[in-house]
Design a protein around this ligand. Structure first.
Ligand code: ZN
Ligand code: ZN
Length: 184
């Protein structure tokens, strides 16, 4: 079976990324600087945690589909740039959420009480469209159209080049595969 080409929402092959299913932000997004994140960390720490939170490292990462994560072994809060390019207004909400994780690793009742009290999201934010990032990217050897897929493909040829039937000449080849996405 030839695969239909990826629908118009998919970007051109050159700028394919894991967020292909989401509309790109209409204009470039300015996220707060890392300094701003540290500044807000200390403000929230004073305001909501009686300065009880230990200092942690805060950084941005491009590798996460969830909004953020706290990594206790490294004492590090990571904020996803990929996520927040789509939801820039949620950066500080994510920061607050991850700050609670410094003292409470689970999303249990105590966590939820705390989250409500300080106005942080109760759930770890991830956009439904981001939950299953494609792990495989196939490419047509002829026209180079890329086909991101969650699952492995066996016999699939390019929909643009093949016509209605599977065509060996345009069999899609695996271009790259991703390891399982890391969930915080
Ligand atoms: Zn969480
Ligand atoms: Zn093709």
């Amino acid at each position: 079976m030839p695969l239909p080409p990826v629908k118009p929402k998919s970007p051109s092959p050159a700028n394919f990324d894991l967020f292909a299913g989401l509309k790109a932000p209409s204009k470039p997004v300015d996220l707060p600087s890392v300094d701003d994140l540290y500044r807000m960390f200390s403000i929230y720490n004073r305001q909501y945690f009686d300065n009880r939170l230990p200092a942690v490292k805060i950084c941005y990462t491009r590798r996460m589909t969830a909004a953020g994560g706290y990594y206790p072994a490294k004492r590090e809060i990571r904020i996803s740039t990929r996520y927040h390019h789509h939801f820039p207004d949620e950066v500080y909400d994510t920061l607050k959420h991850e700050m609670i994780h410094i003292i409470n690793f689970k999303h249990d009742a105590a966590f939820k009480r705390m989250a409500r009290r300080i106005g942080a999201s109760v759930r770890a934010n991830d956009h439904p469209a981001l939950r299953k990032p494609p792990r495989y990217v196939y490419i047509c050897p002829h026209c180079f159209t890329e086909y991101p897929r969650v699952k492995r493909l066996r016999m699939a040829s390019c929909g643009k080049c093949s016509g209605k039937k599977y065509d060996e000449r345009f069999k899609l080849v695996l271009k790259r595969s991703f390891k399982k996405p890391v969930t915080p």
